[in-house]
Design a protein around this ligand. Sequence first.
Ligand SMILES: Nc1ncnc2c1ncn2[C@@H]1O[C@H](COP(=O)(O)OP(=O)(O)OP(=O)(O)O)[C@@H](O)[C@H]1O
Length: 257
Amino acid sequence: MNACIKLNSVSFKYDHSIVLENISLSLHKGEFLGLIGPNGSGKSTLIKLILGMQKPMEGEIELFDHPIKQFKEWPKIGYVSQKANTFNGGFPATVFEVVSTGLYGKMGIFKWLGKYEKEKIMEAIHLVGLSGYEKRNIGKLSGGQQQRVFIARAIVSEPELLILDEPTVGVDGKSESEFYQTLQKLQRELHVSILLVSHDIGAITAHVDLVACLNRKLFFYGKPMEFELNQTQIMSELYGQNIHVLKHNHGGIHYVK
Ligand SMILES: Nc1ncnc2c1ncn2[C@@H]1O[C@H](COP(=O)(O)OP(=O)(O)OP(=O)(O)O)[C@@H](O)[C@H]1O
């Protein structure tokens, strides 16, 4: 099976502090990997390494079976950042316009949208369940709907791998469950591989094929069932002993120190 992401003994430090130590994991085609860990555990840094924004101090990263240094097919990767949650609501752009910017990487900024591109944009908007909202100003949408616009922007160029960094922060329970349904649809219908960073362990284990628990080191990497069997031990290693379990009415579980 082909790996979209392969990390082999990767370590990284900012200045003098080691943030990631000896991380090895893989994500294969069509798989859904959930990455969890406390604040400051290195999750966003790991994503930056995978996106080539930082270089590992040690170890190797491969994307689609190519060493990252030789990898050039960046349009194969769609990325939704944490910042999509803090989007400026006053920004004067429609849903259609925001999603169309996802094609710039493939076609350049100044090229006019043809019939084919317009169809792709409408398809992406439909896939995230926002048909009928094309002309709506993005600032007039709810947080959950805005989040889906950013996913549509990330998938409009038909990436094979979608990376999402804490996309459901600040989004209510109903929008969150719609969000997971959207991701499962992408995985099932388009065979997109997904790497999702989240704090919501309950939601993650319910939807992913693989769980990775990070706190500088990788404390667990395996199937959700295996994680659930050893959850108490893994969570106390990951977060320390003093954790409390918070259950949400939408079924998600959070751990807080
Ligand atoms: N540019 C930087 N320079 C120096 N240190 C940094 C930089 N970015 C992050 N760090 C530090 O690296 C560590 C890991 O940060 P990172 O943002 O990867 O964690 P995270 O798990 O994504 O956290 P959160 O869940 O809070 O977003 C933290 O201690 C952070 O303060």
